[in-house]
Design a protein around this ligand. Structure first.
Ligand SMILES: [Zn+2]
Length: 305
């Protein structure tokens, strides 16, 4: 069993990323598996090397030791090879549709606007996908993917219709998330993907890409998220409680205790090391509903109700 924690390094680590890291690590260790850290740094417009290093440091501070660290930008040749394979099967096409043009159309399961595959009839230029100045999409089969994840979440979709054909290489030349994640999971021999529920709507698209590339489909599990407090619709927690603030108030075991308590793994938020939580780890203790994380005079607090 090999699992991975794969954060994008587009900002400071925060309680939500550290919770995700802890859950991946505990799931792997409690099953005698390996756990790797993959730093997703392909989006050159948004990532910084300092944030990648900070993610490594933050995990070590929390008490998480990884069996391997993979830097996604080192994997360029494998991503290009996957694009070549899809092109060889006649699956790639250039798309010039703007995001604005999709607005008001059909809602995708992730809340964005679905793409209507309008450019499927277009062909790549003579020089192939490398020579195209446009975004490159992959034509998926119009099949339905039937999929229930390990937590019972129904991820079934017809991704070609529900989401639309995915972009696999962006207009700015960056290999898109959906392709990179599938290629890199397979290359690392990942058997189990544990990640936040916000990514769940992408799973069926990723399964279709695995089928096109002849790659195995891992087991999936999607866990609850930490949300921002506030009125109205709650948003996924992002950078509002950065690592620097956490470290100024908590030491690693103290924060680990707060996160583990928030995840239902401790009866009280007492200082703990991840290794001490392995024996009792059980997904049946972990909530399925998202929880609010707030900053107080006592530091980070996760609402358990
Ligand atoms: Zn298009």
């Amino acid at each position: 069993m090999i699992s991975r924690f794969a954060p994008s390094t587009t900002g400071e680590a925060h309680p939500g990323t550290l919770l995700a890291a802890l859950l991946v690590w505990l799931d792997a260790r409690s099953r005698g598996g390996r756990a790797i850290l993959r730093l997703e740094d392909l989006d050159v417009t948004r990532t910084r090397a300092a944030w990648a290093q900070q993610m490594i440091d933050a995990c070590a501070w929390l008490g998480l030791a990884w069996d391997q660290i993979v830097v996604q930008s080192d994997r360029r040749a494998a991503h290009d090879a996957a694009l070549d394979a899809l092109a060889a099967h006649g699956r790639l096409y250039p798309c010039t549709c703007s995001r604005a043009a999709r607005a008001g159309g059909r809602r995708a399961p992730d809340g964005s606007w679905a793409y209507d595959n309008a450019c499927r009839g277009r062909v790549l230029p003579a020089g192939g996908w490398r020579a195209s100045p446009d975004a490159i999409r992959v034509r998926l089969d119009d099949d339905r993917v039937a999929l229930i994840d390990a937590g019972g979440l129904d991820l079934s979709q017809t991704p070609a219709r529900d989401m639309g054909d995915p972009v696999v290489r962006r207009r700015d030349g960056v290999v898109a998330y959906q392709l990179a994640v599938v290629v890199d999971d397979a290359a690392a021999g990942i058997t189990d993907v544990v990640r936040g529920r916000d990514i769940a709507p992408s799973t069926a698209t990723q399964v279709m890409l695995q089928r096109l590339l002849g790659l195995a489909t891992p087991r999936y599990r999607h866990h609850f998220l930490l949300l921002e407090p506030g009125a109205g619709k709650l948003a996924k927690l992002h950078g509002s409680i950065p690592l620097s603030q956490l470290r100024a108030h908590h030491d690693g075991p103290a924060l680990c205790g707060v996160l583990a308590w928030g995840a239902g793994l401790l009866d009280d938020p007492v200082p703990s090391r991840p290794a001490e939580l392995v024996a009792a780890f059980d997904w049946r203790r972990v909530p399925t509903d998202d929880r609010v994380a707030r900053w107080t005079d006592h530091g980070l607090v996760i609402d358990r109700s």
